[in-house]
Design a binder for this molecule. Sequence first.
Ligand SMILES: [Fe+2]
Length: 305
Amino acid sequence: MASLFLDSNVSDATRRERLYGGDIFVLSPSAASTRLCNFCRHLIEESFAPHDPLTAQYKVPVDEYVGAAGPLKTRLAHHPEAQRLLRETLAETGCDLGETYYDVPKLRVVTSGEYLSAGVGYPLHVHRDTWYSAPMSQLNWWMPLYPIESESSMAVFSKYWHTAVANDSSKFNYYDWNRERKTATKLTGKDNRFQPHPQEPIEMEPHLRIVCQPGGLIVFSGAQLHATIPNTSGRTRFSIDFRTVHIGDLEAGHVRGWVVRARPPPPERAAMPHRAGSRPPAGHARPGRLRAGRCAARRCPRRRS
Ligand SMILES: [Fe+2]
C-alpha cells in the first residue's frame, strides 16, 4: 500500500527513503518553483504568440505547431535560467545540491484529442523509467505549468510497485534514443522510435491521478509504473519533468532490496550529467553509467522489470 504525502516537512533523506519504498510526495507551489513555472510559461507564450498556448492547437496547422513546439522544448531544456531555477527549487525542497544530480527539465506538450500524437507531443504509454536505462534510485519530479484537470494529468499504477511486469527493455538503447530525439521533434503522426513496452496485459484500473496547482510538484520513483492520460480536457497540457539522483544512494547501490550493478562506462555522454552543486565527489560513479532496468536481487519481484 502506497502513501501520498502532501506538503510533508520530512527531511530529504526521509523523503527519498519513502520514495524508494513506493510512496508519492506532492508539494504545493513554493517561491522558487513558482519562479520556475513562470519562466517556463514565459518561454511557451513567447513561442506560441499571438495565440493562447492552451488553445493554439485549434488555430494553427499541425506542422506550424510542431515548428514552434520543437525548438521550444530544446530551448527550455538547455536554458541556463531554467536550470538555475530548477536548482533553486531543489534547494528549497531540502535537496543537498552537493549530492544531487539532475537531468535537464523536459517540456511535455500534450494536446487535446488526436491533434498531435508523436514526436514533441507523444503521450507516454504505460512504463517505468527504469526500462529506459534510468538508475534504480532515480526520482521523477513532475510540474504542471498551467491548471490541469484529471482528464489532462498523469496516472501512477502504484499497485504494480511490488509486481514484476514483463517488458522488452532489453532492446532499448539509450544512445540511439538520444540520437533519435533530434529528429523526433519533426514527427506529427506515427512515432516509430523503439520504446520499451509491457509485454503482458496491464490492468489499467485502479490508477491514481494527481491534480495539483501550477508550480506544484509530484515526486515519485522512476521505478513506478506510470503513463500520460490521453488528454480529453479540450486544452493543451504543458508540464515539465526532471529527474534527480542522489549520488550517495547511487554509490550505495541499494534501494530497499534493489541492487544496481556497475558496468564499464560507455564513451558517450552520461544520461544525467548535471550536478546541482559545484564540488565533484572524488571517484564517484556517474549517473547514467549503471546497469538499470532490472533488479539484481534474487528475490526481488521486479527482477524482470
Ligand atoms: Fe516516465
